[in-house]
Design a protein around this ligand. Sequence first.
Ligand code: 3H9
Length: 733
Amino acid sequence: MYSGDNLSVNVDAVGVAELVFDLLDSPVNIFNAKTVTELSAAIDAIQQNSSITGLLIRSAKAAFIAGADITEFTPAFLAGEAKIAELLHSSNHNFTRIENLPFPVVVAINGFALGGGCELTLACDYRIASDDLRIGLPETRLGIIPGWGGTVRLPRIAGIETAIEWIAGGKEYRAPAALKSGVIDGLCSADSLRETALTTLQQAIDGKLDYRARRQQKNAPLRHNTTEKTMAFMTSKAMVLAQAGKHYPAPLAAIDVIESASSLGFSDALKLESAAFIKMTQTPVALALTGVFISDQMIVKKAKRLAASASDVFSSHSPGSKSTAKAAVLGAGIMGGGIAYQSALKHISVKMKDVQQSGLDLGLSEATTLLSKRVERGRLLVKEMAGILNRIEPTLHYVGFDQLDIVVEAVVENPAIKSKVLAEVESSVGQHTIIASNTSTISIDHLALSLKRPENFCGMHFFNPVHAMPLVEVIRGSRTSDQTIATTVAYATAMGKKAIVVGDCPGFLVNRVLFPYLAAFLMLVRDGVDFQRIDRVMESWGWPMGPAYLLDVVGIDTAVHGAEVMAKGFPERMQYDFTAATTVLFEANRLGQKNGEGFYDYSVDKKGKQAKTVSNESIALISPHTQAIANQIKDDDIIYRMMIPMVTELARCLEEGIVESPEEADMALVYGLGFPPFRGGALRWADRLGINTVVQESEKYKFLGSIYAPTKEMERLASNQESYYDQNKQGGA
Ligand code: 3H9
């Protein structure tokens, strides 16, 4: 009856129509402009066919619909309100027409139904799902709110509390939760989904189910009484503000819309939703978060492409399937233990080698603690725990290492020790085994000097704690082969990590840009700014922790050592010509959280977490090394003084080819350092500000040293008014 590239409609002999989404050339169904146009044409055809008695909507792919096409957002958001109104109207008109068809409409939902995909299901009369369902409205995570009726229909279908939880939280829900909250009406196996949905449709056609009553409910104001409503909105707003924080306005905006629209009928309520949606699209947060989504997808895709060119031992991996990869980690310390745990969790068998039994015991007990926490949180069954632990094989010897695909060296960060261990392991592994060093600062080319097969060697820099931090920097030395990079990326990806390939230099990418930021902090302290104030300003700017607190978490000894390595690598920029607060604390044996004393004092609170308190001792130690000019330094000065060296070093890494693209540069900081996603990355932040502003601000601080000197390319971008991101695609300045 209708056949497009992305969807089609057929009618059977008794008048049951089926609208099937199956996007051409796309692994998932999404609402891109073409699909929206085709849907409109399909509805025209349905409306014109008077023989239809009922409509079933379903997908021919493994998932239903993953929402609006996010790659179309930035150009639309930048094109202004009229363009966005068009984006809203076309789908809203489609969905309302579906909702008002003169016969019942049932949707069969398999796999993902997210954003606009979920909103289409809400426009249908009955929602039948298969048990692999993942449904939700993740729009607030993109800095926007649902724009295709989600804020209007969901509270009228499932109640205010559920709507607020789903929309403000932006999470995905599995089938049982969706059924319990009344968002879906029935559940069955994937095999019987179409049949079950057709049976429901037939019942509605036969009048056994009152679909018209459902439509009335969705068109009317919300039924709760005023006190109930006031209570629900007040409590949820306070909770959401506490959770999302001041930098993420969308969740609160969504609740405001639900509240303001609660006493209105459908079309007036939808107008409010559209107005609020448009407002959100004009915030820098929406541009940054959609940019982050697109960059993330680009990185995942690049890693998948690289991994596909590797030996298929890792690519055969999927949850539940048995990976044939054989890996090992050397050193059962915090990092080695974490790598072994993460591998085992993701179905990869891993040997964990140490020189001492006590080290192995510690590594295993760490893995057991992490698994127990997953069990406590309901994310793992006790019976699965033993299976995961069994995949870690503790050993004191190199027996069986000749059979391995990859070995990650994670011994102490000391070039001499690492070189010795690497040479030792190379003599025990097979000709094709990849050896990767989990070093955070030491040059891969330097470490490769101790190896006979440097082509099989690269860096694999994990971040602490391994299980929680998404990033793995895969470091290419000058003699590393493409195959080595591909296999290492495949391994990191199979471990559920985001792999970014970077070039070899001191600190690689993330630490190389972190140290100038920390140097900026130490200069501010030298200039008499209270480190607690700097922490407050930078946390308020969006960092998960301020620089003093971060140094305590990393370890003052580690930071001092790292700074020495960086100073040696980049003496023209990274050498301190003053007594740094970290050196003072290190000399006083204040090593940070690890010994309970650093910039702050630490004690274990009731929940077993390290709680920080002000330390008069550290203040007394640091103050003789400070100058008294602090009150001239404003909060904005702190931000610029902290951020410009980071942005500039990142720009330099991009120019030197240490990282290939602005997207990877920015996302490395988001994944590896917790750079605030709502700012979209350091280069995107610089774009927003305007590179010429960054260059002008740098000029103000150049008396502080060469970490403030803009690069040639920054100067070029500034004078040509260009940006790092293509503004039409990714919302650059
Ligand atoms: C929305 O709907 C707003 C409305 O209320 C109003 C609008 C006006 N857009 O991740 P995968 C691509 S907001 C564009 O590898 P998986 C993805 O980039 C939207 N592209 O599969 C990839 O491309 P490629 C709310 C999308 O199984 C390919 O599909 N929706 C979109 O690991 C395969 O994806 C969301 O936030 C999209 N919406 O994971 C959901 N979705 O082949 C976003 C997928 O070129 N999507 N692609 O690399 C996801 O979270 C995951 O893709 C999903 C599947 C969980 C669905």
